[in-house]
Design a protein around this ligand. Structure first.
Ligand SMILES: CC(C)(COP(=O)(O)OP(=O)(O)OC[C@H]1O[C@@H](n2cnc3c(N)ncnc32)[C@H](O)[C@@H]1OP(=O)(O)O)[C@@H](O)C(=O)NCCC(=O)NCCS
Length: 374
């Protein structure tokens, strides 16, 4: 391949992929000063002008010539907006890497650029394109998801960044795969009522979560919780929430006081990828001891139910049926189900393990989207 003559120009909508030129150096240098760019890529830190010069005038042209990688400048709004590259490996497979300048983010630039690059890779005979990102790079993960990358796995310490091992996400798309998002990436909307706010969890909730989940009654009825329940367990729970909803499994809200934003409890809709019935969901909850006995959970569950039955096209979870389980003796939890219109469908015998080693019966409830709700 000759550079730049043989570099194909690819265009769709507002995005063009073209060969880099020396006039991109300044913009590339500027973009690489950004903290996100340094956090999520392998560019040198500190990033100096000579790095940009060398990358654009030596590394990229040489890589096109010897076929090691194909890097395009992304042009958006008439300017250099970033770089995307394909790195072929043996066996008709290769990896993609990308970054966009801070000023151009949030406009669909990378989604457009990635679609173009992936299509080109398949036209060139690749069978599969692989995407990798350090764990926590949600922007990159969402771009890859939108473009149809799938089968995401986490490889502990799978990536190497400036000599330091980092946990890594890996996903891929094959030639015959539909280049569209696979599965649901649930959002966690803020739901306000006059007495409560349902919102995503944040790191400052950890102390209240630990208090609530180490409480004797919570421990009694939720036997699956770690015992003792420590601050690190709460931090792990908070950290795991984005992946839970991005992976389509469930949605968890922090129930907060609308005045102070203090955490009062948690309500979740989960099991959203149930193998037998992917239109159902299970409701689960716990309340902080100082928030009990004043209708907090009944109100929070009402908010969660409304969102669960809202069609996916309208931003909801598109559920057809919800289920809820409460152990024999857990009167407060059964009451939350009843006041929200759930029907008691029966009991599973000796199905709920207790801390005391006794298995109690589990009361089963369900609610259909077509049921009247209080
Ligand atoms: C990740 C990155 C490439 C995204 O580029 P972008 O042009 O802003 O992406 P898009 O506008 O196409 O966004 C696609 C989706 O991701 C979402 N998104 C973008 N950044 C996000 C972030 N930090 N967190 C969560 N979602 C994000 C967008 O909202 C959009 O979703 P929507 O269409 O449903 O609203 C850009 O932020 C970047 O260059 N980051 C630094 C370098 C980097 O991480 N490179 C990838 C290394 S693997």
């Amino acid at each position: 391949m000759r550079f730049p003559e043989d570099v194909p120009t690819l265009t769709a909508d507002a995005v063009t992929l073209r060969a880099h030129t020396v006039s991109d150096i300044e913009a590339a240098y500027d973009a690489c000063q950004d903290a996100e760019m340094q956090r999520w890529t392998t560019i040198p830190v500190p990033y100096e002008r000579q790095h940009a010069e060398q990358y654009l005038t030596e590394f990229i042209p040489a890589a096109w010539r010897d076929g090691k990688s194909w890097a395009w400048a992304i042009e958006y709004d008439g300017r250099y907006a970033g770089t995307i590259d394909l790195r072929p490996q043996d066996g008709n497979l290769g990896e993609v890497g990308f970054a966009v300048a801070p000023w151009a983010r949030g406009n669909g630039v990378m989604t457009g650029a990635l679609r173009l690059a992936v299509r080109h890779a398949f036209e060139q005979g690749w069978d599969r394109v692989v995407w990798r990102a350090y764990v926590g790079n949600w922007g990159s993960r969402r771009v890859a998801w939108k473009c149809g990358f799938r089968n995401l796995v986490t490889i502990p310490a799978g990536g190497l960044q400036r000599g330091v091992r980092q946990d890594e996400w890996v996903a891929s798309i094959a030639r015959d795969d539909e280049p569209e998002a696979q599965g649901n990436w649930w959002q966690v909307p803020v739901i306000e009522t006059d007495r409560l706010r349902l919102r995503p969890f944040r790191s400052t909730d950890a102390k209240r979560i630990a208090e609530a989940c180490d409480d004797v009654r919570t421990q009694e009825w939720l036997a699956g919780l770690p015992q003792p329940y420590q601050l690190s367990d709460a931090e792990g729970f908070i950290e795991s929430r984005p992946a839970n909803s991005a992976g389509g499994e469930g949605v968890s809200w922090a129930i907060a006081d609308p005045e102070t934003d203090e955490l009062l409890g948690c309500v979740s809709v989960f099991d959203l990828q149930n193998r037998i019935d992917s239109t159902m969901g299970e409701i689960g909850y716990w309340a902080h001891p100082d928030a009990r006995g004043r209708g907090v959970m009944s109100g929070a569950v009402r908010g969660a139910i409304g969102h669960a039955f809202t069609p996916i096209a309208d931003g909801g979870l598109g559920r057809r049926r919800l289920v809820l389980f409460a152990a024999e003796g857990n009167t407060a939890s059964q009451r939350v189900a009843e006041v929200n219109g759930f029907t008691r469908t029966g009991r599973e015998r000796a199905a709920s393990p207790g801390r005391d080693g006794v298995f109690r019966d589990l009361h089963c409830f369900d609610l259909l989207g077509t049921d009247p709700r209080p």
